[in-house]
Structure formats: C-alpha cells, structure tokens
Design a protein around this ligand. Structure first.
Ligand SMILES: [Zn+2]
Length: 479
C-alpha cells in the first residue's frame, strides 16, 4: 500500500522534430541539475533515479508517459524521492507547460494513463525501441503527433472525471469523422411501464456474464426506487434511431458524458447484414486527453436545456457552453432560438408548397447559424460535423425536389451524403439513403409533388470551376 505521486505527459510526445527538440532540451536540463548526484544514473536508453521505486526518464521522449513513485514509507523518505519528483516536474513544466499533469494520491488526484500503458512504454524505452508499428493510427495521416502505444485498437479510456463520475477520454489525437467506438447494446427495451421494464431487464441480467452485470449495474441511476432496473435503463438508454421508442444501454457508450456543444455524435446503425450497434464519431478533431462528449439535450436555449437535463439525468450542466460569460451565453441562446425558429419554418409544408424560396432561404440561414453556434475550431468558417447539417441538406433536397429541381437536389444530396459520412460513417443506413438520393434525386417520394415550376434536369448545374464558388452558391441557394 502507500500513496503514489508524480506527473504524466498529456498528450504524449509524437515522433516529430518539435517534440524531439523539446525533449532533448528537457533532458539537458535534467543532466545539468543532476550531473553530480550519485543517486541519478545516466544509462544508454534512460536516466534512472535511484530513489523510491526508481522512476526513469527515457532518452527518447516518445516513450515517456509518466514519472512517479510511491512517496510514502521508509524507503521513499530515506531516498528523498518526493523532492526528485518535484524538481523533475518543475523542469518538465518549464519546457512542456500544461502538457505536464501533476497528480498525487495523497490529495486524491490520479494519473492520466493506466499503469499497464506506463509499464509497456517503459519496457519499450528500456529495449531502446524508437519506432512503433504505424498500423494503429486513429485514421490519421499526420503520424508525427500520434504515436500509438498499445497493442489494442482502442481510441479511448474510461477514467474518473472530477465532478462527473466516470467518463471517456481520447487516448490519441482523433481526426474529425473518425469512428471512435461502436458497441452492441447490453439491453434493448422501451414502450413499457417501469415495472415491466424492470422485470424484463431482471430476466436478461440473469443471462449476463458477471462482467456484463457489473457493467449494467454500475451505470448511474437517476430514478432509484422500486423498479430500479427500469430507472437505470431510463437514465442511460440511448434511442435506437432518432425519435425511436426503444432504446439501448451500452457498457462504454453510456459512460460518455454530455456537453451542449459536444465533440462526438452518437447514432444507431441497423445496416442490413450487420448486428445493430451504436456508433460514436468525432465531429471535430479531438486531442489526446480531451474528454469525449455527446449531446443528451434536445436543443434550445441554456435555461430550457439545463432544466431538461436536470429532470432526466439529475445533473446541472456545466459544459463549455453553459459556463460561458453571461454575454456570450446570451448570444448562444439567441442562436439556439433562431435555430428552433428556422427549423419550424423549414418543416412547415404550407410554406414549402407555396413559398419554396422562403423555405430554401431558411435552410441557408440555418446553415449560417449552425456555423456560428457549432464552429469547428480547426476549420475557419465551417461548422463541426453535427448531424444537424445533413438533416438541413435533406430538407433542402425535399424543398427543391418537390418543385422538380433535380440539379439542385443532386448538389444538396451530395453535401448531405458527405456530412452524413462524417458523423455516422459510410455504412450507416442514413448515409446509404443519402447516397442513393445523390445518384438519383428524382427517386425521392416527394419529387415533383408540388409541380415543376423549378424543373431542371439533374445535370443542369453550372460548372463550379468555371463560374467560381461564389456564383455557384448563389445559383444553388437561388439568392
Ligand atoms: Zn451545457
């Protein structure tokens, strides 16, 4: 027993020149500080501190995850390991800043990495390995920032998140559009009274392995009481498809916490020939160490979102958006109201029939508002790959298609398809539907339903390269 303390490097260093130079600078500082210290041994592949549990620093930074040791007990105090950790951490912070994460079990803070990963990395360092197999990158061409360090393919890990219970964090840098995980449900239920749900789940639990039982029972329950399993299900289930009456509970996906401006999207995938599963996709680039989040809310301004989240899940949302200064939050709330109003306008069939231009322009306004409310921090002027984007393009296909405009329907369908791939993957049934629509816009059930006043052939679009982006957009949106 005893308490460990130390610091972790998050995200870990890549293979690129910048990280290598920084590590070399850090190692020089260590050598300067400990040149005359007999307890510090400079080896061929690593520097060993003969104190406490002999923490080490590899000479290649790519192997480094953690510097730490037990800091309680006789050996720790006689060898002064606590002081070594303090100095090494200080020097590391000078070079790497906030990438250095301090932790100490003495004050209930814990390291970022699993010990399993730390040991594996240390073994690689000892063996002097300088390269890893490049087959496990998270769909990432830029290998310099993303150094896989484990033999599995898992892009996330479950850790304790202060104030939120358990949560999932990225183990690697993850690119926008990457499928982060996919899981089959432990339980699917819905459309039943709590008592019936409770009985159904109780009977299923008996067929589960011990591990599955623990997975289900350890999920947070906001509705404890007589029908406890039903409460557990109600708190955690994700609908099997938009608006579905049935929902599923998953071992890891149900640990993903909420954000009103999330970095992931969840979707139900019932593709033919596959077992139904829930997928999670990154809707913007995510850095190693960042928490993965999805949205549990149904939109709207912050007060209504927070009230709904509190009622259904029992927490007060303190996400990035809900924690904005008052003026910025008000601006976000105004955009949220605008999104709701535009949604209503777009969904109004009378407007679509009689004033299709107003409906189409509402789609365009919605796109602009989504770009402001969900900006992708790495793509100037673009929205994150939220599922609201393919939905709005689908609406645009319907509007122009209903009036016989195949050319524009085709362009909108193509954009919808691309947006759908990013948040749900190529194999999602919704993506496949969007693809069919792109190939044959007139296959939509409502095609031409309002006449042919906008009638065009599907190839009647202007040449984008010849006319330029601006003129093309003007044509597309009938501006
Ligand atoms: Zn929030």
């Amino acid at each position: 027993m005893g308490a460990d303390a130390g610091f972790d490097m998050v995200p870990r260093l890549g293979l690129g020149a910048e990280d290598a130079q920084k590590w070399a600078l850090f190692i020089t500082k260590i050598k300067d500080a400990y040149a005359d210290d007999a307890q510090v041994e400079f080896g061929q592949h690593q520097i060993e501190f003969k104190a406490g549990e002999h923490p080490t620093l590899p000479l290649h930074g790519q192997h480094f995850l953690r510097f730490g040791s037990k800091v309680t007990g006789r050996i720790a105090s006689e060898t002064g390991v606590h002081a070594y950790i303090g100095v090494v951490r200080g020097l590391a912070t000078q070079v790497f800043g906030t990438r250095i994460r301090r932790w100490s079990e003495l004050n209930d803070t814990f390291g970022f990495y699993d010990w399993r990963d730390v040991y594996e990395s240390a073994r690689n360092a000892e063996a002097g390995k300088t390269k890893a197999s490049a087959s496990r990158f998270a769909d990432n061409k830029d290998e310099s920032d993303d150094y896989p360090f484990n033999s599995d393919n898992i892009l996330y890990q479950t850790i304790e998140i202060p104030g939120k219970g358990k949560g999932l964090v990225a183990r690697y840098n993850i690119k926008r559009g990457t499928r982060v995980l996919s899981e089959k449900p432990l339980v699917v239920a819905g459309g039943m009274e709590p008592q019936a749900t409770h009985v159904l789940i109780a009977s299923k639990l008996r067929t589960f392995s011990r591990e599955q039982q623990t997975q289900f029972l350890s999920l947070y329950n906001n509705f404890p009481g007589r029908h406890a399993f039903a409460g557990n299900f109600r708190t955690n289930a994700l609908p099997c498809g938009p608006g579905a009456a049935i929902g599923g509970v998953y071992p890891d996906i149900c640990r993903i916490n909420h954000s009103c401006r999330p970095n992931c999207h969840n979707s139900w995938n019932e593709a033919p020939g596959q077992e139904p599963h829930e997928t999670i996709h990154a809707i913007r680039d995510i850095l190693a160490g960042e928490e993965l989040t999805i949205s549990y809310d149904k939109g709207g301004p912050s007060d209504s979102r927070q009230a709904a989240l509190h009622a259904s899940f029992g927490f007060d949302c303190k996400c990035e958006l809900c924690s904005l200064p008052a003026d910025e939050r008000q601006a976000s709330d105004a955009r949220r109201r605008r999104i709701q109003a535009l949604d209503e306008q777009i969904g109004d069939p009378m407007t679509m029939m009689a004033q299709p231009l107003a409906s189409l322009h509402a789609c365009r306004a919605l796109l602009d508002t989504l770009r402001e409310e969900f900006p992708d921090p790495n793509r100037s002027g673009e929205a994150m790959a939220t599922a609201l984007i393919p939905r709005l393009y689908y609406d645009a296909v319907q509007i122009v298609g209903a009036h016989g405009d195949q050319a524009r329907a085709r362009v909108f369908a193509e954009r919808g398809y691309q947006a759908r791939v990013e948040c749900e993957g190529e194999d999602s049934p919704a993506t496949q539907r969007a693809k069919r629509l792109m190939q044959e816009p007139s296959s939509h059930a409502a095609f031409g339903a309002c006449g042919t006043r906008w009638g065009t052939s599907k190839t009647a679009q202007p040449n984008k390269e010849a006319v330029g982006d601006k003129a093309f957009e003007k044509w597309l949106w009938r501006l």
